[in-house]
Write a protein that binds this ligand. Structure first.
Ligand SMILES: O=P(O)(O)OC[C@H]1O[C@H](OP(=O)(O)OP(=O)(O)O)[C@H](O)[C@@H]1O
Ligand code: HPA
Length: 176
């Protein structure tokens, strides 16, 4: 592993667990008694989704969607890949990803999924960065960051690596 890429730890695995629990609490309150379709944005959202759904107390089904993103790209125009394993028509849908940076990926996904007529659409992420666009739907998150710095770990890649780190760290300046 090229450990020299990895800078200071911003969120330890304990802080991540606390953040997951915080988002789960908000969702358990909001969706109590409902049957929800949770759509994970893969691959980045896999880790957060896995941790989050195990703390959700309402009935849920799971699906996935992808919209490959290059870190630092503030206008993600890549094709959306969605197999629609489950119908979401007339059902509450929760889209789960690790982070919003520009917000452009999630903004496109929300617009796209709304065409399938869900009864409601909301998003859940662990992190949000400050320069994200406004997405007009309910948003659940644990941590609002102070800047847009590139991060790595817990789903976030550096050159497609390090998604599996159990903590979230900065990327050293020369490597961004
Ligand atoms: O708000 P944005 O600026 O659009 O960035 C957010 C996206 O970036 C990350 O994707 P990642 O780089 O992990 O790639 P992925 O799409 O392959 O998961 C993250 O998982 C979001 O999907
Ligand atoms: O901080 C990040 N790191 C890696 N990929 C990303 N995609 C959005 N934000 C990030």
């Amino acid at each position: 592993m090229q450990q020299h890429v990895i800078g200071d730890t911003l969120f330890s695995s304990q802080q991540i667990s606390a953040g997951v629990a915080q988002v789960a609490r908000q969702l358990n309150q909001h969706y109590q008694g409902q049957s929800v379709v949770v759509i994970s944005v893969v691959p980045g959202g896999i880790l957060f989704t896995a941790d989050l759904v195990r703390q959700l107390e309402f009935d849920l089904a799971m699906d996935y969607i992808a919209c490959p993103h290059t870190p630092g790209d503030r206008d993600n125009q890549s094709p959306i890949v969605y197999q629609q394993t489950l119908s979401i028509a007339n059902k509450p849908v929760l889209v789960v990803d690790d982070a919003l940076e520009s917000g452009s990926t999630m903004q496109r996904l929300v617009t796209y999924l709304s065409k399938y007529s869900p009864s409601s659409l909301a998003i859940a992420t662990l992190l949000v960065k400050p320069s994200r666009v406004n997405i007009p739907c309910p948003q659940y998150y644990a941590y609002e960051l102070a800047n847009d710095d590139l991060l790595v770990g817990y789903g976030l890649p550096w050159q497609q690596r390090y998604r599996n780190l159990p903590f979230i760290a900065t990327v050293l300046q020369g490597e961004v």
